[in-house]
Design a protein around this ligand. Sequence first.
Ligand code: TYC
Length: 152
Amino acid sequence: MGAALAMAHVGLIYGAAARAFALAWPEPSSRHVDKMDCMAMTQPISPTGTPSDDDASVVLERVPQKVKPPQMHQVVLLNDDYTPMEFVVVVIQEFFSKDRETATQIMLKIHLEGKGVCGVYTHDVAATKVDQVMDAAQQAGHPLQCVSEPLE
Ligand code: TYC
């Protein structure tokens, strides 16, 4: 294959690859868009030397971001008459990363008002927190209840 023909083939392949890439990936990152813009502006050389319809430039449209923030869930502890206050304080410290003073305030709020929010997380993290608290309460033989509630 002569050098000119080889270059022509490379031009065709490059143009086809650019089109396939643009179709397969409609929301490229800005770094890729810059690269693709360069590709799209390069007119591929056909073997005949005349640009055909098939060699037309690719125009990429910027697609607006569609990613929404995830739904959040609050993890709530419920009051009961039997679980020791100290156990609840330690649970809040350990599983919700609160200092002792904050954990005590949350525990007292639950004790006085019936329930209290210990933290707000994505769905999976909230579910894990509930499991951890329920397991710890069961292990210790306390009836402490913990639930997750979707927000908004
Ligand atoms: N009411 C409990 C008591 O008097 C303390 C308690 C606080 C229990 C918070 C559960 O989520 C709770 N020992």
